[in-house]
Design a protein around this ligand. Structure first.
Ligand SMILES: Nc1ncnc2c1ncn2[C@@H]1O[C@H](COP(=O)(O)OP(=O)(O)OP(=O)(O)O)[C@@H](O)[C@H]1O
Length: 285
């Protein structure tokens, strides 16, 4: 493992743990609220509040120029981690540092449904701190990335979900963000958009940025990512070479699909036992 002084960190995820609290109507649910509040909730017939641990001590170092894929079953914690890195929610424990404010598709800029695509491109760029001259410089490129044809001049509310996704993608990448987070971002687009989107993401990475990319499409992950993190049950199971991690994950998913739950569990646990998190002086843990 390289020492932190040898690398150019873009994002440091320092032992992030996330515990959600949810109300549960399960008959065996034990209220995890304590003291008078618990008594009061019971008296009022309120359902128990239970903890749901979505991430456990996730520690990752992502360098500039990396294109990191995040894979894992439904509910493994991928979106929670992306939301924490994007600053959309606070971790229960642990910290995240990033060289620049991460841009998460669809979050940093609120587009206006009543406005046309071209107006939204301008507005979205201004909202991200660009000045009108900078917007003019990138406008044509963004129109090309969004590839909306005549719909560019229609109100956004008339767009299909794929068309809206293209527009959001174009606007989110306008500022050449240093840290770009894409959570299932290409999945609603067609093949043409996926190709343009992929080319744009490569450009961002080449400009010393990094991309954090969540997808259930293993072909997309294999095609795009320089490194892959496999999350399961909120923990990192593997982190490394794309093909190696995806091969192991595929194997695991095949075992689950075949109903070999015990073999799948021990296969996953063996991988997790082999995994070594990065270390640095002053780590949170
Ligand atoms: N707002 C929330 N409140 C309570 N629990 C939540 C909330 N959001 C997510 N969770 C829980 O956190 C865990 C991780 O969910 P998350 O959405 O991060 O997984 P994911 O890997 O992105 O899943 P998917 O592949 O289905 O998108 C799950 O157990 C989920 O139920």
């Amino acid at each position: 493992m390289p020492a932190i002084t040898d690398v150019r960190p873009a994002v440091v995820i320092d032992d992030v743990t996330m515990v959600y609290t949810v109300t549960s109507t399960g008959s065996d649910a034990e209220d995890q609220v304590s003291g008078p509040r618990r008594v009061l909730r019971k008296a009022l017939g309120r359902p128990p509040i239970v903890n749901n641990q979505a991430l456990t001590d996730v520690r990752l170092l992502i360098e500039q120029g990396e294109f990191v894929g995040f894979i894992g079953r439904n509910g493994s914690g991928k979106s929670t981690l992306m939301n924490i890195v994007a600053g959309q929610m606070n971790a229960t424990r642990g910290r995240v540092w990033a060289v620049d404010r991460p841009a998460k598709l669809g979050v940093n800029v609120a587009l206006v449904p009543a406005l046309s695509g071209d107006r939204n491109i301008r507005l979205g760029c201004l909202a991200q701190g660009m000045n009108p001259r900078q917007v003019d410089e990138v406008f044509d490129d963004l129109v090309e990335i969004a590839a909306l044809g005549k719909a560019l001049h229609w109100p956004m509310k008339a767009y299909s979900s794929g068309m809206a996704a293209r527009l959001r993608f174009a606007v989110a990448t306008a500022t050449n963000p240093h840290v770009l987070i894409l959570d299932e971002a290409l999945s609603t687009g067609d093949a043409q958009f996926q190709a343009r989107g992929q080319a744009r993401m490569h450009e961002i990475r080449e400009n010393a940025g990094c991309v954090l990319f969540v997808s259930h499409s293993m072909s997309e992950i294999r095609q795009l990512c320089t490194r892959v993190v496999w999350l399961d049950d909120g923990e990192v199971v593997m982190d490394g070479d794309t093909d190696e991690v995806v091969d192991r994950y595929d194997e695991y998913m095949k075992m689950l699909a075949a109903g070999n739950l015990l073999s799948a569990r021990s296969y996953r646990d063996e991988r997790a036992a082999e995994y070594q998190p990065p270390t640095w002086v002053g780590a949170h843990r």
